[in-house]
Design a protein around this ligand. Structure first.
Ligand SMILES: NC(=O)C1=CN([C@@H]2O[C@H](COP(=O)(O)OP(=O)(O)OC[C@H]3O[C@@H](n4cnc5c(N)ncnc54)[C@H](O)[C@@H]3O)[C@@H](O)[C@H]2O)C=CC1
Ligand SMILES: O=C([O-])CC(=O)C(=O)O
Length: 312
């Protein structure tokens, strides 16, 4: 009998990969295959087994297995790439580019071989350029290769605003555009608390401080952890994108998408509002930007382009 359960492969069983596997399984989005390099096969199997043993306690129905053999990923519906090195204090995400680009190319080859119809979501940094690398290496249409940054960046902004206003995080919405670097563009004009524009509730000076903290939110955690980067909120962000795709929810979520003229950019991956559904990135939503916002977005796009140029 052919299984109708969805299959999700998570490449990289480190902090973000393992946490994502658990969150995706807890949401019962499908069966999860956790993959790492042969040297990491036993720890990967161990993490997967440990998660499988959490299933009866928490009552989720999802098989979780660990492997270093890509044949086990065959016919995945969704593949999430977290493989690669993470930064340490004093490093920028862009410092990871050469090492991680090689890893992206090798894992993409295996993904395409075993799951030619999969949708791929990339987390590995520098994520805009790594998503571009996977897109080029896969030959997949742009709908099926996206990256994760905006859900996380927006979540950080929402968390800081909720703390500032002492209001539930559930009532705060935000919008972050651009590359996943310190010049990302949080759009306060499109951000609300319970439907009320934030600009009516928080002073411009304080809002600017929150925007700055959002921009450097990844680095704040890198400095606190000392030996790696964030993983709970990144994994939660991947799980929500996975859910939107696997349940064909058509949610409006920011993702890193390949632009073919949208927002005035060509042949670049950049964070923009998208509709995520069963086909992957189904639409890009173009917002009107003020001159100042467009200048900021141009700066962010330039930074991403420079990293992509290193690769080419
Ligand atoms: N886009 C975003 O918002 C975020 C991106 N990241 C990025 O995600 C990546 C992973 O971060 P962590 O999980 O914390 O790192 P980690 O070091 O805990 O895990 C990375 C795993 O990748 C594995 N790996 C390396 N080469 C591989 C290959 N060829 N095939 C399969 N697995 C391979 C390693 O063995 C390791 O287990 C980093 O590049 C980090 O910067 C992390 C958080 C947020
Ligand atoms: O900061 C990092 O290196 C990891 C990351 O992308 C984030 O947490 O936003």
């Amino acid at each position: 009998m052919v299984s109708v359960r969805k299959k999700i492969s998570v490449i990289g069983s480190g902090f973000t990969g393992a946490t994502t596997a658990l969150m995706v399984a807890q949401k019962e989005l499908g069966d999860v295959v956790l993959v790492d390099i042969p040297d990491m096969e036993n720890p990967t199997k161990g993490r997967a087994l440990d998660m499988a043993e959490a299933a009866p306690v928490q009552g989720f129905d999802a098989r979780v297995t660990g492997t270093s053999d890509y044949a086990d990923t065959k016919d995945s519906d969704l593949v999430i790439i977290t493989a690669g090195i993470a930064r340490k204090p004093g490093m920028s995400r862009d410092d990871l580019v050469n090492t991680n680009a090689k890893i992206m190319k090798s894992v993409t080859k295996e993904i395409v071989k075993y799951s030619p119809n999969a949708i791929i979501v990339v987390l590995t940094n520098p994520v805009d350029a790594m998503t571009y690398t996977v897109y080029k290496a896969s030959g997949f249409p742009r709908e099926r290769v996206i990256g994760q940054s905006g859900v996380l960046d927006t979540a950080r902004f929402r968390a800081f605003v909720a703390e500032e206003l002492n209001i539930s995080v559930k009532d705060i919405t935000g919008f972050v555009l651009g590359g996943h670097g310190d010049d990302m563009v949080p759009l306060t004009r499109y951000s609300y608390a319970g439907g009320i524009p934030l600009e009516k509730l928080i002073s411009p000076e304080r809002l600017e401080e929150i925007v700055q903290r959002t921009r450097t939110g990844g680095g704040e955690i890198v400095n606190l952890l000392g030996n790696g980067s964030a993983y709970y909120a990144p994994a939660a962000s991947l799980a929500v994108m996975a859910e939107a795709i696997l349940k064909d929810q058509r949610r409006i979520l920011p993702s890193i998408a390949y632009l073919e003229g949208e927002y005035g950019y060509q042949e670049i991956y950049l964070g923009v509002p998208t509709v995520l559904g069963g086909k992957g990135m189904e639409e890009i939503i173009e917002l009107d930007l003020t001159d100042e916002e467009k200048i900021q977005l141009d700066k962010s796009a330039d930074s991403v382009k420079k990293v992509i140029d290193i690769l080419e």
